[in-house]
Design a binder for this molecule. Structure first.
Ligand code: SAH
Length: 235
């Protein structure tokens, strides 16, 4: 069974490479190394290598592999980097980042829902990444000051705007990637903090994420969705 998953993983990675979601050998190696089937609940395990998001409970999802690959490429983490992730979910994206930063680097990942933080810790433990990832329960829209500043910050839930504390906690020369906008569609935003402290922002693909709920996020899920009808968009 596990060799079957290994084969399916290799096939999916080849497809994501063909489609241009995987563009570097470091992201390719990480996507080949991390067993996504061990980061999803039992009842959806057979879909682990379909390119789609899957439910992980509490109304949350693990992102589609193509989005994980693309966002990791945009973030461009390097071996030895200190990385902050907001929205641990299953722990899969954290494991991909940990695989790239290696034992010289570290990933701090913040999750709002304690049960999911526990789910992620278990997944990271059984796949051998727990030494390189610290999972923290809290409001990640505030960042995580005790370990700041960070080389890289990835937000994996949709914020109404780029949370200011995250930009503050970025090192000069650092980069942040976040989906920004109301449900159901957001745009991926890449923020570079230059060495002189100035900020450069660019927009990338349109994506679909669950909302970031917190002080610098949405107040609750309803607010994130109501924003849609206020904007006059009908789907
Ligand atoms: N990166 C995850 C998927 C993220 S789903 C993975 O690889 O599986 C988005 C997650 O963000 C959800 O688990 C949700 O509970 C969490 N979240 C939402 N708002 C948050 C906040 N303010 N701080 C931390 N986590 C938050």
């Amino acid at each position: 069974m596990s060799s079957d998953f290994t084969l399916r993983r290799a096939r999916l990675v080849a497809i994501l490479k063909d489609l241009g979601y995987i563009r570097s050998s470091k992201v390719e190696r990480a996507m080949l190394a991390v067993p996504r089937e061990l980061f999803v609940p039992d009842d959806v395990r057979e879909y682990a290598y379909d390119d789609r998001p899957l439910p992980i409970g509490y109304g949350q999802t693990i992102s589609a592999p193509s989005i994980v690959a693309h966002m990791t490429e945009l973030l461009d983490p390097r071996p030895g980097d200190r990385v902050l992730e907001i929205g641990t979910g299953s722990g899969y994206q954290a494991a991909i980042l940990a695989e790239i930063v290696g034992y010289q680097g570290h990933v701090w990942s913040i999750e709002r829902i304690p049960e999911l933080a526990e789910f992620a810790r278990r997944n990271l433990e059984r796949t051998g990444y727990i030494d390189r990832v610290t999972v923290i329960v809290g409001d990640g829209s505030l960042g995580y000051k005790p370990e700041a500043p960070y080389d890289r910050i990835m937000v994996t839930a949709a914020a109404p705007r780029i949370p200011e504390p995250l930009v503050e906690q970025l090192k000069p020369g650092g980069r942040l990637v976040a989906p920004v906008g109301p449900l159901p569609f957001q745009v991926l935003v890449v923020v570079d903090k230059r060495e002189d402290g100035s900020i450069e922002v660019r927009r990338d693909l349109e994506v679909v994420f669950v909302p970031l709920i917190g002080e610098y996020g949405w107040k609750n899920e309803r607010e994130a969705i109501l924003q849609l009808s206020n904007s006059g968009v009908i789907i």
